[in-house]
Design a binder for this molecule. Structure first.
Ligand SMILES: [Zn+2]
Length: 254
């Protein structure tokens, strides 16, 4: 059966002249497809099967296996490829999708989120830290790891003195109720950071990136969202380790 679908290459491995692609599509979620001879052909298939290329794929499906018959690049995010930090962050966002987006079922929201994030990153419309934090929390919530930040889990307060996020359970608790959960990992949230997290979780997709936060708040938000991904997945993705290593390297050099 032949199908045509739009998708972005979120992982690419080479094997001799062939490429094995992991593609995030809107209609079929994450799929693995074999692109025979993709590496040696000097044509559309070569450029359209690069990592982070958003392409129109014509795939042949047989017994659960996909083979790429044709591919034509629609958007290659060229501006990300000349900047090692941006490229590394983009690779991390792609790997996170490969990790948590559904396989073989509709995943249009994941595809749109990734494309929008890469577009903002490429154009520099938002800072790397901003895009990373928003993407991490939103993609996790879409993938079934949605924290409940509506109100204090215990007393139901929406805002009350000190508010804490419990990253292991994904719950929110106020300072008064925290007593019983004293030995749990908790992160204190300033009103600004809590509002930002609520926005990321509950806003319409079109407004997702439309909020502002102080530099200090953004830094803290970034740490919380990254930590949430690590504890919920119980691992640190290689691409995140690499992205973070770029900053420790440049700090060492100063
Ligand atoms: Zn409470």
């Amino acid at each position: 059966m032949q199908i045509t679908t739009m998708g972005i290459v979120i992982r690419m491995r080479e094997h001799n002249d062939d490429r094995i692609l992991t593609i995030l599509t809107g209609e079929y979620g994450v799929i693995t497809a074999y692109a025979r001879g993709a590496k040696k052909l000097r044509g559309r298939l070569l450029s359209a099967t690069e990592l982070l290329c958003y392409s129109r794929f014509v795939l042949f499906k047989n017994k659960g296996q996909y083979q790429v018959d044709q591919a034509e690049s629609e958007q290659n995010f060229f501006g990300l490829r000349s900047d090692i930090e941006k490229l590394s962050l983009a690779s991390y966002l792609a790997q996170l999708c490969a990790q948590v987006a559904p396989e073989e079922e509709e995943a249009d929201a994941f595809l749109k989120l990734l494309l929008n994030s890469l577009y903002l990153l490429e154009k520099g419309r938002r800072s790397q830290g901003f895009i990373k934090a928003v993407f991490e929390l939103r993609v996790m919530s879409m993938a079934g790891y949605m924290p409940d930040l509506v109100a204090c889990k215990s007393c139901g307060a929406y805002e009350k003195g000190e508010m804490y996020f419990l990253p292991l359970s994904g719950d929110l608790m106020c300072g008064d109720c925290l007593g019983a959960a004293e030995n749990m990992v908790r992160l204190r949230l300033s009103p600004g950071v809590l509002a930002a997290m609520r926005h990321i979780l509950y806003s319409e997709p079109a407004r997702l990136f439309d909020f502002t936060l102080s530099q200090e708040g953004l830094h803290y938000l970034g740490e919380i969202c990254e930590y949430y991904v690590i504890v919920q997945l119980d691992m640190m993705l290689h691409s995140l380790e690499f992205y973070k290593s770029l900053f420790s390297f440049s700090n060492d050099m100063l």
